[in-house]
Design a binder for this molecule. Sequence first.
Ligand SMILES: Cc1cc2nc3c(=O)[nH]c(=O)nc-3n(C[C@H](O)[C@H](O)[C@H](O)COP(=O)(O)O)c2cc1C
Length: 185
Amino acid sequence: MLREFFEFMIFTAISGSARLASTNTALLQALALVQSSDYTVKVTRDHFELPIFNPDREGENTPQSVEQFCSVIEQSDGLIISSPEYVRALPGGLKNAIDWLVSRSEILNKPVALAHASHRGDDMLSSLRLVMSTVTSNFDEEHFLSIPMMNKTQGEIEEALLTSDNQEKMVEFLDGFVGFVGGRG
Ligand SMILES: Cc1cc2nc3c(=O)[nH]c(=O)nc-3n(C[C@H](O)[C@H](O)[C@H](O)COP(=O)(O)O)c2cc1C
């Protein structure tokens, strides 16, 4: 239905959790399974391979893994980030990836929306909102997907993500983000 207005969009999904059984990653993977003729979601793990940010390694000294990650960001129409809270803050790996992006061009106007897989983590969420509204002029504050699944088993996570309520929430979130991305000035 949105197709007549907007080009097909590719969204990159970034989890703050490197854990294989991560609920945040599972939520992003569920978004990647939503079928649409308007958009697709691809979950990346590239940011887990980045070295510790160091301004001395920017410019011509930029590591190849960072260039690779930034090129994935550049080719995306928007980013979806879902992260746990670690010690009342963003996990180091996620913050490290953002630090690599901050003085480059790829993130500047990139649309970003947040998802979250826990009933807790408000300190991390408010910090992440502040960080994202600082690094991009297109942080979408309106569309936020919350499907709390903390401490659920793999089977329970799958079950939760497959309920019609949650499937509907996911489609609504993605359609809303498409509208935000396509409707920018
Ligand atoms: C090192 C560490 C620190 C954590 N710190 C907090 C915290 O400060 N506040 C909180 O609500 N949960 C905290 N948690 C719990 C995680 O945020 C929670 O389990 C989250 O749902 C895990 O997400 P994941 O399933 O995507 O890995 C912490 C977990 C770990 C491993």
